[in-house]
Ligand binder design. Structure first.
Ligand SMILES: [Zn+2]
Length: 270
């Protein structure tokens, strides 16, 4: 099985043209015609992850976040990105990223997985996006876009749902704005840094918006109109790794496919 066959399959689910303009999804390092010996899945490529790929005989790393976003002018090992690139090339390891294109589809994506885990149903994209023009894409238009808004099967107190979020998403500590008395029914969410969709979530009538990387002053925007819940960037996206493994496993069984043993979250809690 060649790398290209796997990446074509992943791009059938999450077409590259769905990625945001600042993104760099796709094959970043390596030769697409190479045979796959094994796949290692991660959220972030770090030196520990590349070393793990070498140890486990995986010559393809599938990462959610791209290792390279911007132009690199030298490879002298002065930062972890340069060291990862050098290590990967030295050991013939390809690196592929499936980032905002996987964020922007609810057919099967980052946010669908969070919704499934939290029991949010009847969902649609919070900020719809035009279907990809370059490929035939078999996905209902309301499921193409950024973030997600849906409902709970039964209304419940805000605090009860927050406890569920904390437990289900394995969050050591979550940040939230004041909780109202009324029951919670409409929930919006966005894995990763989703504060840019806060006003959209308010306008869409969400009572709660679960995402990550909110700044202090953004919490004031809630202003009694919505409850902001910041669960951490890594925490919100960590189950994307299992999602990718399932997607690959369903289609390919001729090579090993692992999720990294390393927690690449650079944020620690005390
Ligand atoms: Zn992210």
């Amino acid at each position: 099985m060649r790398i290209k066959e796997l990446t074509d399959y992943l791009e059938h689910i999450a077409p590259l043209s769905l990625q945001e303009s600042y993104d760099n999804s796709g094959l970043i390092i390596g030769d697409a015609s190479r045979e796959i010996q094994g796949v290692l899945i991660c959220l972030d490529v770090t030196e520990a992850v590349v070393s793990e790929a070498i140890e486990r005989g995986c010559n393809l790393i599938v990462s959610h976040h791209p290792l390279i976003f911007q132009g690199i002018k030298r490879l002298t090992g002065e930062n972890y990105i340069q060291r990862c690139i050098a290590l990967a090339i030295k050991h013939d390891i390809a690196i592929y990223a499936i980032h905002t294109n996987l964020d922007n589809t609810l057919m099967r994506g980052v946010n669908t997985r969070i919704a499934e885990m939290l029991g949010v149903v009847n969902y649609r994209a919070l900020q719809p996006k035009a279907p990809p023009a370059d490929v035939a894409y078999d996905c209902p238009p309301e499921l193409i876009g950024t973030g997600l808004i849906g409902e709970l099967p039964e209304p419940m107190p805000f605090e009860d749902f927050l406890h569920k979020v904390k437990k289900t998403m394995r969050v050591a500590c979550l940040k939230h704005t004041a909780l109202p008395e009324e029951p919670l029914r409409i929930v919006a969410l966005c894995g990763g840094a989703g504060s840019f969709l806060l006003r959209t979530a308010i306008q869409a009538g969400a009572q709660m918006y679960i995402s990550a990387d909110f700044k202090y002053h953004e919490f004031f925007i809630a202003d009694g109109k919505i409850v902001i819940v910041d669960i951490g960037h890594y925490e919100s996206e960590q189950f994307t790794m299992e999602l990718l493994k399932e997607m690959i496993r369903e289609k390919f069984t001729t090579f090993a496919c692992h999720v990294t043993r390393h927690v690449t979250n650079p944020v620690h809690y005390l």
